[in-house]
Design a protein around this ligand. Structure first.
Ligand code: SF4
Length: 220
C-alpha cells in the first residue's frame, strides 16, 4: 500500500477505512520505502507476513514518485486530517522523493498539516546535515524516535548500522530540525522501556529543550 489509513490498529486502504467508518477525518499515511539502516528489536517490519493487500511491505521495487503522487491524488481528501510519511521503512532513505512529495502535498493541500516519522539518522545516511532540505514550510511536525536515554541502550534497541555514534547524530538532527520545522517531537515506546528509563529520557529532552511523547507499543 502506498497510501493507507489506520483504524483500530489495522492498516487499511483508504476506501476500506471509509467503508468501516464513513464519517470523520483521519490521518493519511504515505509509505515510500522498505529500507532502513536500523533493525529495531520492536520493529513492525517483522510483521510483514500480513496478507499482501493489507500489508505495508512494498513488493518488488520501490514506487516511483509519480506513482505515489497518483495514489495521493486519488485519496479521499475531505476525510483527511493530517498527512504522515511513515510506513515500514525509514522515509528519509528516499530523501529527495520525500521532499518532492512533501512539497506536492503542501501545493495540493496547503491547509493540511504534514508529519514525518523518522529515526533521525539521515545525516549519517547522506554524510551531511540534511535538515535544511525540510525548509520552506513543507513539514509541520517531525516525530523522531528517541528510543533510549543513552547511546549504548539506543544501539542495543535499534541495532543501527552506524553504530554508537547514531544516538548523538539523531539528537543533533532533532535540534537542527527546530530551525525548519515548527513541531519537533521525540518519541519513546512505552512498553519497551521501564519508568526509570522513561524519566531519564524526559530529563534528557528537557536539558536539550526537546518535547517528548511516550507512545503506545503497536507491535503486539
Ligand atoms: S527505525 Fe523504524 S523502520 Fe527502522 S527498524 Fe527501527 S522501527 Fe523499524
Amino acid at each position: 500500500m502506498l497510501v493507507y489509513m489506520v483504524e483500530r490498529g489495522k492498516y487499511l486502504l483508504p476506501e476500506e477505512s471509509l467503508r468501516r467508518r464513513p464519517e470523520g477525518k483521519r490521518g493519511l499515511y504515505v509509505n515510500i520505502t522498505n529500507e532502513c539502516p536500523c533493525a529495531c528489536t520492536f520493529c513492525l517490519r517483522t510483521l510483514k507476513d500480513m496478507p499482501e493487500d493489507m500489508s505495508l511491505w512494498l513488493g518488488g521495487k520501490e514506487p516511483a514518485v509519480e506513482e505515489v503522487k497518483e495514489a495521493l491524488l486519488a485519496a479521499p481528501w475531505p476525510y483527511v486530517r493530517e498527512v504522515v510519511f511513515c510506513g515500514f521503512g525509514e522515509p528519509t532513505m528516499r530523501l529527495s522523493a520525500l521532499i518532492e512529495l512533501l512539497r506536492f502535498v503542501k501545493q495540493q493541500h496547503p491547509d493540511l498539516p504534514t508529519r514525518l516519522n523518522t529515526n533521525g539518522l539521515s545525516d549519517l545516511v547522506y554524510g551531511r546535515d540534511t535538515t535544511a532540505d525540510f525548509a520552506g514550510g513543507i513539514l509541520d511536525t517531525v516525530s523522531i524516535s528517541l528510543n533510549a536515554s543513552n547511546a549504548e541502550r539506543y544501539l542495543e534497541l535499534t541495532r543501527s548500522e552506524f553504530g554508537i555514534e547514531s544516538f548523538e547524530a539523531m539528537l543533533a538532527f532533532a535540534q537542527h530540525m527546530k530551525a525548519y520545522v515548527p513541531h519537533v517531537v521525540m518519541t519513546i515506546v512505552e512498553k519497551v522501556e521501564d519508568a526509570e528509563e522513561i524519566e531519564k529520557c524526559r530529563a534528557l529532552c528537557a536539558a536539550r529543550s526537546l518535547d517528548l511523547r511516550v507512545r503506545t507499543y503497536e507491535g503486539s
